[in-house]
Design a protein. Structure first.
Length: 172
């Protein structure tokens, strides 16, 4: 089945925008990190407002559930403003989340490689090796957050580039 012309054009346009964003991130890493911090702040503020509103308006939930929603909502709003006021704290938070996610991924790969016997031996070995690399990298990032910021920039740039190329290729 052929794709409608407008959809193909839209995919190409968004692909080119994503590729341009990739080069922008590499050219202006500080601005890119600041934008990520603003997005983190906006997400925390938004989720805080939603949880606060749900805590005050949902009679379907138990009283305890609503109290937790109000507390989480207030904390989300406060943290959103803190991240907005102190962008370096927000960047540090993003780096820590990246390191923690990498650590979890690494340990998961190690566990799968070590215990899932139905996989080929070479696959199990690769899972353990890449899992160990991920765990070591996460500890390096925790010990030296500047590496994490640089990694965040490169990850964002590569992600934009890959998604941009994928969008253009899928248009055809």
């Amino acid at each position: 089945m052929t794709k409608p012309g407008w959809l193909r054009i839209l995919r190409i346009i968004f692909g080119l925008i994503a590729i341009a964003a990739s080069f922008f991130v590499l050219a202006s890493p500080g601005v890119a990190i600041y934008i990520l911090v603003l997005l983190l702040s906006f997400a925390m503020l938004s989720l805080g407002v939603v949880r606060l509103a749900r805590g005050f308006s949902h009679s379907l939930f138990s009283k305890e559930h609503r109290i937790v929603d109000v507390i989480v909502g207030v904390l989300g709003i406060i943290l959103g403003f803190v991240v907005l006021a102190f962008p370096l704290l927000g960047a540090g938070t993003l780096v820590f989340l990246l390191a923690f996610a990498t650590m979890v991924y690494g340990f998961g790969s190690i566990v799968i490689g070590a215990w899932v016997s139905r996989l080929a031996k070479w696959m199990r070995a690769l899972l353990v090796i890449f899992g160990l690399i991920a765990v070591v990298f996460s500890f390096i990032v925790i010990a030296n957050p500047a590496i994490g910021v640089l990694t965040l920039v490169y990850y964002l740039a590569i992600s934009f580039l890959v998604h941009g190329v994928e969008s253009i290729v899928s248009a055809f």
